[in-house]
Ligand binder design. Sequence first.
Ligand code: NAP
Length: 273
Amino acid sequence: MMEFIKTGVIGHPIAHSKSPAIHTYWIRKYGLTGSYEAIDIAPDELRVRLKGLAVAGYKGFNLTIPHKIRVLPICDEIDATAKAVGAVNTIMMENGKIYGTNTDVFGFVENIRTNAPDFDFTAGPAVVLGAGGASRAVLQGLIEQGVSEIRLLNRTRDKANKLANDFKFIEVFDWSQRSAVLEGANLLVNTTALGLTGQPALEINLSKLDKAALVNDIVYAPLHTGLLEKAKANGNAFVTGIGMLLHQARPAFERWYGILPDVDEALEKKVSG
Ligand SMILES: NC(=O)c1ccc[n+]([C@@H]2O[C@H](COP(=O)([O-])OP(=O)(O)OC[C@H]3O[C@@H](n4cnc5c(N)ncnc54)[C@H](OP(=O)(O)O)[C@@H]3O)[C@@H](O)[C@H]2O)c1
């Protein structure tokens, strides 16, 4: 009989998560038996609850805000990518041990590779807005793809300075320079919360951005953010943020079920809606 594999996503809050829709779609599509639950765990209870879930036979979890850093000391082992990013978004539970990895890096890179197949990461500098948790995965992805000049800007400059210590090839600029630093850039990525539904708009002028440059917003609600509308009006190709969410889920699913699932149109439609 086929093994019933129990997995899920842990966050606080977690009701908004699109991950259950993604993973249950794949469980059905590939004819597997398993479950993917959304579990709300308060930060202080994470260690105890994770140990309990391991004993209860869960195979693994995705972790989201606010647990990605807090889970690091709870893992028995973390891989090189999670170490480089400084955060874990996926865990595997095997033989009473917890193994951590980070699939956000893969998600970020694969989203661009799939949706802008002709884009050459190495063709010039990348501008990255934001120095929060997601920015770390984006920076690691850019470095892995061979980008050797990254212009980093964050409202709180100290946080960008800290990332410049942790990652190679970063030059920090003042947040007020965000329109000026676009000159000569090959890629612009927004990793701030600006443009997200309920958050202020990202104020930026793209006139200095080369028409051949690619624009990526990792915010995916709304799908077509104000930044992407500006990119379109400026004549730039752009990639939305939903693919990062979809693609980061693939290696996690593979770790648990042994199948690397694909992102098909029906799934994209289901999750973008
Ligand atoms: N597509 C995906 O799969 C994916 C994955 C992860 C995250 N995301 C998106 O990425 C966004 C950031 O996530 P995160 O985990 O990095 O969050 P985070 O750690 O809380 O970082 C938030 C970032 O947004 C900046 N920010 C917030 N309000 C701002 C404002 N009013 N003006 C200027 N900057 C502001 C922060 O700057 P300060 O440092 O100055 O506060 C910081 O750089 C989320 O909104 C989410 O939509 C998408």
